[in-house]
Design a protein around this ligand. Structure first.
Ligand code: FES
Length: 122
């Protein structure tokens, strides 16, 4: 069981949802299932619309980061990942601060997901 807390200036309050262990959904899929308004477009790791900041409540938990080349490249283009963070993810399995919600699979750990959201939407 994983608790995923979503936090954004576009939401009245933080929302925590429970993702069942073994659920291979992405953060974006979980968000959509719970009507959390994370912006998205391509859903294929190419546009960067679904950028989120992910905090792991247990920083010691190694989490098999699984950054794809595509996700790395988009995060790099957005200026949201450093060379050190890429190396740490690849070598030490330390997750970077920012991820693409459509590319990040929910694991059996508690996380906080922050996103800016589209302030023009209600
Ligand atoms: Fe385009 Fe995630 S929706 S990168």
């Amino acid at each position: 069981m994983a608790n995923i807390t979503f936090s954004s200036p576009v939401m009245a309050k933080d929302v925590t949802v429970y993702a069942v262990a073994g659920d291979r959904g992405t953060i974006l899929a979980v968000a959509k299932a719970h009507k959390i308004p994370i912006p998205f477009d391509c859903q294929d790791g190419e546009c960067g619309s679904c950028l989120v900041q992910v905090e792991h409540f247990n920083p010691k938990a190694k989490s098999a980061v699984a950054l794809t080349e595509k996700e790395k490249e988009v995060l790099r283009q957005l200026g949201k990942i450093t060379k050190d963070e890429i190396a740490n993810a690849e070598v030490n399995d330390i997750p970077p601060r920012y991820r693409l919600a459509c590319q990040t699979f929910v694991r059996n750990e508690d996380i906080l997901v922050r996103f800016e959201g589209d302030k023009t939407q209600p």
